[in-house]
Design a protein around this ligand. Sequence first.
Ligand code: AMP
Length: 448
Amino acid sequence: MPKVTKKIKATEAQKKDSSSKNKILKDVSRTLGTKDILANDFNNLEAVKNDLSDFFKRYGFSQLETPIMEKAEMFKNNFRRDVSKELYEITSDKGEKLALRSELTQGIIRAFMDHNLNETMPQPVRLFSLGPVFRQEKLQSSRYRQFTQINAEIFGENKPVAEAFLIYTMATLCEDWGLDIEVQINSLGKSECQKEYRNKLISYYKERGNRSKICNECRKNLTKDPMALLDCTEKECLNLAEGAPQIVDFLNEESREYFQKLVEYLDELGIKYNFNPRLVRGLNYYNDTVFEFWPLADNGQPQYKYALGGGGRYDRLVEKISGQEISGVGMALGLERIVYKLKDKNLILFPQPENLIFLAQLSERAKLKSIQIFEELRKEGFNVRNSFVASSLKKQLEEAKQLQTRICLILGKKELTDDTILLRDMDSGMQEIIPQKKLIKELQKKLN
Ligand code: AMP
């Protein structure tokens, strides 16, 4: 009797177990606004990262990586327009208000202070960083909720040479990559210039006939942040912005000279730019310079909605986070947008490895031997590929073709017994059987 009870119990437990095992998750679709990056795009993404990192390193920038989560206050208090709507907030087990970073800049400034980099690094301090950022924004094309930025920041340089360098970097690399862009520049002056300008803008948008035309969002922003209206992409708001007062008319002498100097630097560096009096960027912590990189469409028109990156001078932001008067300039580039644009233009940055050799095998024993041969070739410096798991020769040859290999080596039962290997030249289709001990010499001869 006790045995039976035990059996019944076991069956129930099993039932329970199997029902939970069989439960299929109902919704495993990708989260809105996120993206899977597959091999082709990934290669370009890596190439763009490498080119930018390499460029920055040559100019003395040090790389740093900061956490994806930071204190929410750091983002909320730092003037990102719409930040309260777009921030992904988290409460920690200790009740701390944290946020997934919506930009890299704040974390970089915090790390710069935490590690006393101003004292320990060569001046001006140059840092770059890359990684994912998260914004809960309206879903539109080329606008994700998780995307990758690469940032470069310069602390302790109060001359426009800092901005000029950042603009130069992106302009040069876009040229190298074959991407046509138009650099947009503007000056937002100092706080005092912006104060007067804001009042003028409010009056302009409140004028009869204007207020009724602006979108609801802009109406809400008008008194709080009138410069945000210049950044709105609604058609009517764009039209109105055309006739709005321009900040350039409100710059004080110092800001005017500063901007003039920046323009001179850009001219000397041979960088073409467009002075855009309506460029304010979606952040309101900038003073003096702001800039953006707009890709050009096939008809040569700049595409402001798909900006590849942007930046500016943010002395006030550094002061706000660090409590110290240290000047700061930075830019953030959107890697997915750059990669999308490269794809759109059929540009492949990641070069296919040259002189690839594919090692195919045809039996369980040949698989093991081929690992040994593979290692010998790899250590000799050959660019060798293999698919150890595959058993069908047809599939292996298809893979070799897809990889555009120059030479395919085939190890079958017969070759295994004879200590030979079949060498096939993929271009000419010629095949020959050679002793395994002569393989390296033979490959060197063929590939040179
Ligand atoms: P921002 O930090 O807003 O100045 O953005 C800098 C760059 O990041 C932009 O020019 C875009 O290339 C990219 N970017 C900004 N927001 C998004 C987004 N939601 N999705 C994809 N890329 C973005």
